[in-house]
Unconditional design. Structure first.
Length: 135
């Protein structure tokens, strides 16, 4: 059963608002490590997550007003692009393990994961656009 766009946006607003309020509460009661990677604490991270969620929900409400239809071709292309992304993750992890065995990778973990996630999203988008032209 498909949810209406308005219902999705309402749920997104609720989740973002809960994350924002939890972040404020965490900061107020000093809960969370002060050495939490880039954001300083768990509360700051939740506030950031809440702001990003509110921005995404607002953009979705403004720009995605009409109902989108997907056909089998688009679902097929999306599945193929997801398969390519997953295979590139497995191959990339294997190559990284070999490189790390030869010479230790000294990049911080949070930066490594950020680059990995961005790379996978980029691979998915490129694979989707290329496969969409062929199918």
């Amino acid at each position: 059963m498909e949810m209406e766009n308005k219902t999705r946006v309402t749920i997104m607003y609720a989740i973002a608002l809960v994350a924002f309020i939890l972040g404020l509460l965490f900061n107020y009661f000093k809960i969370g490590s002060p050495h939490f990677q880039t954001f300083g604490s768990v509360g700051n991270w939740l506030i950031y997550l809440g702001f990003v969620g509110l921005i995404i929900a607002t953009v979705r409400l403004i720009f995605v007003s009409k109902k989108k239809t997907t056909d089998e071709r688009m679902e097929f292309v999306a599945t193929k692009a997801l398969r390519i992304s997953f295979l590139s993750l497995i191959i990339g992890a294997f190559i990284i393990m070999i490189i790390d065995g030869i010479k230790t990778i000294t990049i911080p973990y949070h930066m490594f994961m950020s680059y990995l996630v961005c790379g996978l999203l980029l691979i998915y988008i490129i694979a989707y656009k290329i496969l969409l032209k062929f199918y």
